[in-house]
Design a protein around this ligand. Structure first.
Ligand code: CP
Ligand code: NVA
Length: 309
């Protein structure tokens, strides 16, 4: 069998995504009493090693993948690109060939999405996208898990996105097409998300709309999501912040969503910019569950990539 790569959510598809979420719920419940570093009873990835390449900073993705592979019985090798030969110009293709002889799977966080495509094209082991400038599929598996865990069904769900049309939003839009929920996108002109992701989600039957009004985006929403206004590697912070200020998620804006609406943020948050303390620390915020769920989601992604889901 060819290696199963997870570069975008559509690589798995809607059924596999649903299976990942169900598996994450079951595994999370089954190990509730165990210490965080203990291995799951069935140790399904015993003897497997995951190499993780970071060309950008990370806290959650790095720690959650490391804990995930440990809990599944395997081990991780973390490579900061700057201290590898990749940082000195060895090609992605050659790195993929070498790592495929040494480890069982590769996770890469980088800038240009073409690099993960290149890695996947030359690797004979699964390659997982740990964030690119284009998308952040692993994050969205954790987000969907969090939403479901908090009692909301995906079909028909109304999600409001505020701020920047970035990599995280692209993957939310992709998920909307696969899992049949709606997204109202409130972003300023000039900061829209990727058109192809929107077109594909609409083709798959999702209702996706774009508005320049934060209020319009949020009215009646079941879930409100935002992210930093300045993603890693982006310049022009001052201009971006000025354009996105009307899209700040504050208590006044949150009040327009359904009374039981959830607030999500992939983190790290820039408190006082895209979200106020009163919202992120408030009763509707589920951001710490969302962060923890990165571990449970990564486990399901790894199991899927290894053909065990
Ligand atoms: N949400 C997320 O991917 O966080 P890190 O950048 O800390 O990995
Ligand atoms: N959009 C953010 C997400 C960080 C997890 C970035 O790319 O920096």
């Amino acid at each position: 069998m060819n290696a199963r790569h997870f570069l975008n959510l559509a690589d798995a598809g809607g059924d596999a995504l649903a299976a990942m979420i169900n598996d994450a719920i079951d595994r999370k419940a089954a190990r509730a009493a165990l210490p965080k570093g203990a291995v799951d009873a069935d140790a399904p990835l015993a003897g497997r090693t995951l190499a993780m390449i970071f060309e950008k900073s990370s806290t959650r993705t790095r720690v959650s993948f490391d804990m995930a592979i440990r809990q599944l019985g395997g081990t991780a090798i973390i490579m900061d690109a700057g201290s590898t030969q990749l940082g000195r110009g060895e090609t992605i293709a050659d790195t993929a060939r070498v790592l495929s002889r040494m480890v069982d799977a590769i996770m890469i966080r980088t800038d240009d999405h073409a690099k993960v495509d290149d890695m996947a094209a030359h690797a004979s082991v699964p390659v997982i996208n740990g964030l690119t400038d284009l998308s952040h599929p692993c994050q969205i598996v954790a987000d969907l898990l969090t939403v479901i865990e908090h009692g909301k069904a995906l079909p028909g769900l109304q999600v409001a996105w505020l701020g920047d049309g970035n990599n995280v939003l692209n993957s939310i839009v992709e998920a909307a097409g696969l899992m049949k929920f709606g997204v109202r996108i409130g972003v300023p002109e000039g900061y829209d998300c990727d058109r192809n992701f929107i077109a594909q989600a609409i083709e798959r039957g999702a209702q996706i709309s774009v508005t320049r009004s934060a209020q319009e985006a949020v009215v009646g929403a079941d879930v409100v999501i935002t992210d930093t206004w300045v993603s890693m590697g982006q310049s022009g912070a001052e201009t971006r912040i000025a354009a996105m200020t009307p899209f700040q998620v504050n208590a006044e804006l949150m009040a327009l969503a359904k009374p039981d609406a959830l607030f999500l943020h992939c983190l790290p948050a820039h408190r006082g910019e895209e979200v106020t303390d009163s919202v992120i620390d408030g009763p509707q915020s589920v951001v710490w569950d969302e962060a923890e769920n990165r571990i449970h989601a990564q486990k399901s992604i790894l199991l899927w990539a290894f053909g065990k889901l």
